[in-house]
Design a protein around this ligand. Structure first.
Ligand code: GLP
Length: 254
């Protein structure tokens, strides 16, 4: 059963499976509504374990309910810097594997920062990313996870509310979380490109997912602590159309 509690960050408590179904349904409705209006649906997308069930549900809707992705444009939140394009841990590869290839998304509509930008080109690349989001009409729906240290995208603690797409240094706890995927700490990239906090907050809708006991403490802090750079997820509070989906394990005692 779903239950909703009104705070400055509305929370929906439900199972992870129901949350994934609910968010995938909302995305499908958005895609169909935009199609009827002759427009593209613009999605902001995360990686990590949390959104996998949403991507699986979207693939299911594509295969069995004729959900057509030809009017969909996506912008991923972030990408590691310093990986060859064919590296198995790029977020581009993750997105192709879990969503893009399975729903037939036109690669020209799938924006992800490049993992192999030359240092001298990074700033221009980030500016172009912001321009592409604007040219697409802005992000209609941003799907988000929360990192263990409260990061959104790769906006680590210390990120400013007015930050835009830029190069960042990954926090040690973030690199630690990625270690297993890279076969050891030494292989985890030190830097990444991420949409900024302001880029994320400019999305018309934001849907945040946090599941499992490992997320309970960061969810609690996101709800309770003062809004500010120490915990970037707190910036989500007060957005005009944000919802946080948690399961019973991730929900802090009230
Ligand atoms: C990564 C990503 C975030 C993601 C977070 C949580 O570092 N850059 O976009 O939300 O980690 O990941 P997970 O869903 O695996 O807990």
């Amino acid at each position: 059963m779903m239950s909703t509690r009104e705070t400055s960050l509305p929370i929906v408590t439900t199972s992870a499976a129901e949350a994934a179904h609910s968010v995938a349904t909302e995305i499908a409705e958005l895609i169909r509504a935009r199609r009827r209006g002759g427009r593209a649906a613009v999605l902001g997308l995360p990686t990590g374990r949390t959104p996998l069930a949403v991507y699986a549900a979207l693939v299911e809707l594509h295969r069995h309910s004729a959900l057509d992705f030809s009017n969909v444009v996506t912008f991923n939140l972030d990408e590691y810097l310093g990986l060859a394009p064919q590296h198995p841990q790029t977020f581009r590869r993750y997105m192709r594997e879990h969503l893009f290839d399975a729903v037939g998304l036109d690669p020209a509509n799938a924006w992800i920062p490049a993992s192999d930008v030359a240092p001298a080109q990074v700033e221009a690349h980030c500016r172009e990313y912001e321009s592409a989001i604007l040219a697409a009409g802005g992000i209609d729906l941003m799907l988000l996870g929360i990192g263990r240290n409260g990061h959104i995208g790769f906006n680590e603690p210390g990120s400013a509310r007015d930050s835009r797409t830029r190069e960042v240094r990954l926090a040690e706890s973030t690199r630690e979380d990625c270690r297993a995927h890279f076969g050891g700490a030494a292989h985890v990239p030190e830097r990444a490109i991420t949409m900024g906090v302001a880029t994320i907050l400019a999305a018309r809708r934001i849907r945040v997912l946090a599941f499992g006991a490992a997320k309970r403490e960061i969810v609690r802090r996101t709800l309770d602590e003062a809004t500010g750079p120490a915990l970037p997820a707190t910036y989500l509070r007060g957005h005009a159309d944000v919802k946080l989906f948690v399961d019973a394990e991730a929900r802090p005692a009230s």
